[in-house]
Design a binder for this molecule. Structure first.
Ligand code: NAD
Length: 477
């Protein structure tokens, strides 16, 4: 048990409706001051086995539970999240260093919304039967079984519940493996599900390092779905672990998304969109980290961008006035710094930032903008507050530069011309394209990445497609 900002957090696993400890623990450190926050149970093969067994046992009864009752329980979980928004916000901010103001007003309300949205979607799931030569084809959405959900640290509870809510709604049972740098809010969610009355074993949490507990979990033959959000190298490992069982995978991975700024754009809006890419201290998979700007407005755009970005207030994420907090972990900070050092050595010039924030020390990294970026910094995902600036002269060149990446998660287009927007978006390779906006998304729409940004889509019906075994029952007249 640990107490964080006055909130008691159980640091054991949550298996079959009980807290379970492990022989070993790992130390969870706060990025705000790099002090230890908690000693957390460190699971391995035994814990993965126990959690899958508990989920497997709980599955038949949960799968038979009526849609109405499942939806009611998901709404009860949402109620529980809403009652504890401040607790969840405090714990998450201490754990991953993201802004308390975002957690209070954006992220945690969205966590509750994830449960409500998929509960309501479940009640309307389905469509008319098909008729063939008098035979009725009736499609049913059968639950798949035990789902292993593996999540990253950059938006821990939001990304976890984006998977948990549809998986449970569909009648599956779940084993969640949160990231080892941010294990705590998953533990609070387990308390909330128990208080909401979710039957034992329907939702389970195993804590620990990826390879040690995530490895056996993803290789387990009783796991019927794996949904993973994280990096490309880990996705490859998980895909290999899943291969012998042919376990279906949903992979939401990294990106190196572009923001295309055309000369006909509202430049104030374009600058706002560009500065927004520093949100969450740059630790956002969707971030448009490559600024591609039409040459004729590049100087004006850059001057306004630097002016605006320089006013961002970096500091303690617990302060409501802070705009940029720390990087999540010393190892991640060093990774970001490595990219920046190599970019400079490669000839890139920092128009803004370009290194750690020495005034603040710790894990605070200055918002950075590079001109003349070299090959690595424009192609690899940094996952920190590091943007690059490149210019283009023609629309065709802009699209070619935007698509010149192994990723395909998102793209943003700033233009005053609807015709251009239509032409350009049709040619961009990306799971999500924003025109004159960023980050707004309807949960009914598909979400996912093309190329190495992922496999599959989640959201609305697409989530149920993934988390269900679809069955067609053909009945003779
Ligand atoms: P990561 O791949 O290192 O870890 C993600 C999760 O996988 C963690 O829980 C980790 O413990 C687990 N893991 C590691 N090795 C494993 C193994 N062998 N078997 C099973 N599980 C294992 O990623 P990260 O550093 O936590 O997250 C950052 C990455 O996530 C970035 O690439 C970012 O773009 C991506 N991301 C993508 C989205 C999206 O929706 N596309 C959203 C957020 C983050």
């Amino acid at each position: 048990m640990a107490t964080i900002a006055g909130v008691a957090v159980d640091t054991g696993h949550w298996i079959g409706g009980e807290r379970v400890s492990s022989a070993g623990t790992f130390t969870d450190v706060s990025p705000i001051d790099e002090r230890p926050l908690a000693e957390v149970a460190s699971g391995g093969a035994a814990e993965a086995e126990a959690a899958v067994a508990a989920a497997h046992r709980a599955f038949p009864a949960w799968a038979r539970t009526s849609r109405e009752e499942r939806a009611r329980l998901l709404h009860a979980i949402a109620d529980g999240v809403e009652k504890r928004i401040e607790d969840l916000a405090q714990v998450e901010t201490h754990d991953n260093g993201a802004l308390i103001r975002s957690h209070r007003r954006g992220v945690m309300p969205r966590v509750a919304h994830n449960f409500r949205f998929f509960a309501d979607w479940l009640l309307n799931l389905g469509h008319d039967d098909f008729e063939t030569r008098g035979h009725t084809n009736h499609v049913s959405w059968d639950p798949a079984g035990v789902c292993a959900l593996i999540t990253p640290w950059n938006a821990p509870l939001m990304l976890a519940t984006w998977k948990i809510a549809p998986a449970l709604a569909a009648g599956n049972t779940v084993v969640l493996k949160p990231a080892e740098w941010t294990p705590l809010t998953a533990s609070l969610l387990a308390d909330i599900t128990a208080e909401a009355g979710l039957p034992d074993g329907v939702f389970n949490v195993v804590q620990g390092y990826g390879a040690q507990v995530g490895g056996p979990l993803t290789a387990h033959p009783d796991v019927r779905r794996i949904s993973f959000t994280g990096s490309v190298p880990t996705a490859r490992t998980i895909a290999a672990a899943a291969a012998p069982n042919l376990t279906p995978l949903s992979l939401e991975l990294g990106g190196k998304s572009p923001l295309l700024v055309f000369a006909d754009a509202d430049l104030d809006l374009a600058v706002d969109l560009a500065v927004e890419q520093y949100d969450n201290a740059g630790q956002v998979c969707l971030a448009a980290t490559r600024l591609l700007v039409e040459s004729s407005v590049a100087d004006e755009f850059t001057a306004r961008f630097i002016e605006k970005a320089s006013r961002l207030k970096q500091g303690d994420p617990r302060d409501e006035a802070t705009d940029i907090g720390p990087q999540v972990h010393r190892k991640h900070f060093e990774r970001v710094d490595g990219f920046v050092r190599r970019a400079k050595a490669d000839g890139a010039s920092a128009l803004l930032g370009g290194g750690p924030n020495d005034d603040l020390g710790g894990l605070f990294y200055r918002p950075t903008l590079f001109a003349n970026p070299g090959a690595e910094i424009v192609s690899e995902e940094v996952f920190g507050p590091v943007l690059t600036l490149q210019t283009f002269d023609t629309e065709g060149q802009a699209v070619a530069m935007a698509n010149e990446t192994k990723f395909g998660l998102a793209a943003t287009v700033a233009t005053g011309s609807p015709e251009r927007a239509e032409r350009v978006t049709a040619r961009l390779v990306a799971g999500t394209v924003w025109v004159n906006c960023f980050f707004v998304r309807d949960l009914r729409a598909p979400f996912g990445g093309s190329r190495q940004s992922g496999v599959g889509r989640e959201g609305g019906d697409w989530s149920f497609d993934f988390y269900c075994d679809l069955k067609n029952t053909v009945t003779a007249p």
